[in-house]
Design a protein around this ligand. Structure first.
Ligand SMILES: C[S@@+](CC[C@H](N)C(=O)[O-])C[C@H]1O[C@@H](n2cnc3c(N)ncnc32)[C@H](O)[C@@H]1O
Length: 324
């Protein structure tokens, strides 16, 4: 149980960075009943805030009486930050942290570049903050089948590649760059990746952006999908996405990746559609995949489904057609 001083420090941090917070949200974040929080705020008479319409609003925080609010400096809006556990995270703080990490790994940022980039993302914001926060630590390396895929070396598609962190890891680990394609429905995160890694030239021609899936049938030996399925809002969209992966694979091709999944003990964080391990396996089966594996991992109160499936050989497909 946190001490009063710890609770107060956390609340002050929220108010300093976001200016205001709903009492219910603050109570949830501080893990105390809302009534206890209200009682404590009344006790802390020198705390610079007021409560109005269920919202705690930061009070004057400098001698001129101005309120110290600058939501534009935040990485994500406060409500979302609570869910992600990054209350108080600013664009400046998180970009500096991520860029320090990449600089230590060898990326050279010209003078003034960081400051300009921070200003750019304070304006535009980061579309997938969770992915950004984990840059340089790609999911693909944690997949149980990663070693097997690295040996494959055939044409590989990163389907919904985002920043491209996973294909950068693959190539760093020895996968031939000429065999790798990153595909996404917009440039937003791909551009963020280039902004952070400064490697646009090296990757020229390896990223494809199209609203419609542009690849013909039987193009790839491997398709990877990292954190895309849980961003699709309907069962139909999930089925479609998996069907396209199936179609783009050559016979005996591999589809593997990770998505957030559903388990009743861990309700979806953002009111999303999440599939259970069984449901995801069923969609793979209905699409035509075989050798289906879906491994469940619980981490930080979330369900991760690590999947792997294969497309049948031509012979297998013909046989199935005959049976059906
Ligand atoms: C949460 S991000 C994950 C990015 C990356 N795969 C990773 O693991 O870091 C989800 C990405 O999927 C992309 N996406 C969503 N729907 C898609 C679709 N139908 N086809 C291709 N990409 C899609 C989004 O634009 C976004 O870049």
């Amino acid at each position: 149980m946190p001490t009063d001083a710890e609770l107060r420090a956390k609340l002050e941090e929220i108010l300093k960075t976001s200016g205001e917070v709903q009492t219910a949200t603050a109570a949830r974040y501080l893990n105390i009943p809302e009534s206890d929080l209200l009682a404590k705020i009344t006790e802390w008479t020198d705390l610079r805030c007021k409560i109005q319409g269920g919202v705690i609003i930061a009070g004057p925080s400098n001698s001129s009486g101005e309120v110290n609010i600058n939501p534009s400096k935040l990485l994500v809006p406060h409500e979302f930050a609570v869910q992600l556990g990054i209350v108080g995270a600013t664009v400046e703080g998180e970009f500096n942290r991520v860029m320090d990490k990449l600089a230590a790994a060898g990326v050279l940022y010209p003078a003034g570049y960081r400051e300009a980039l921070i200003l750019k993302y304070e304006k535009t914001k980061v579309l997938y903050p969770y992915i950004f926060l984990h840059i340089g630590d790609p999911h693909i390396r944690k997949h149980g089948r990663y070693r097997e895929v690295l040996q494959c070396r055939g044409n590989l598609l990163d389907y919904g590649c985002g920043t491209g962190d996973d294909i950068r890891a693959l190539v760093a680990d020895g996968y031939p760059r000429q065999s790798v394609t990153g595909y996404d429905v917009n440039w937003t995160s791909i551009t963020l990746g280039f902004d952070l890694y400064l490697d646009q030239k090296a990757w020229a021609g390896h990223f494809v952006v199209d609203k419609k899936f542009p690849f013909p049938a039987e193009t790839f030996d491997v398709v990877y999908s990292g954190s895309v399925i849980h961003t699709l809002y309907t069962q139909k969209a999930v089925k479609n996405y998996i069907l396209k992966a199936y179609s783009a694979l050559k016979p005996r091709g591999i589809f593997f990746g990770v998505t957030l999944g559903y388990r009743k003990e861990f309700p979806p964080p953002f009111g999303k559609l999440l599939l259970s391990r069984e449901q995801l396996g069923e969609v793979f089966g209905a699409t035509g995949f075989f050798n289906i594996e879906v491994i469940e991992e619980i981490k930080e109160q979330q369900v991760y489904l690590w999947f792997y499936a294969k497309k049948l050989s031509q012979k297998g497909e013909n046989l199935l057609r005959q049976i059906n």
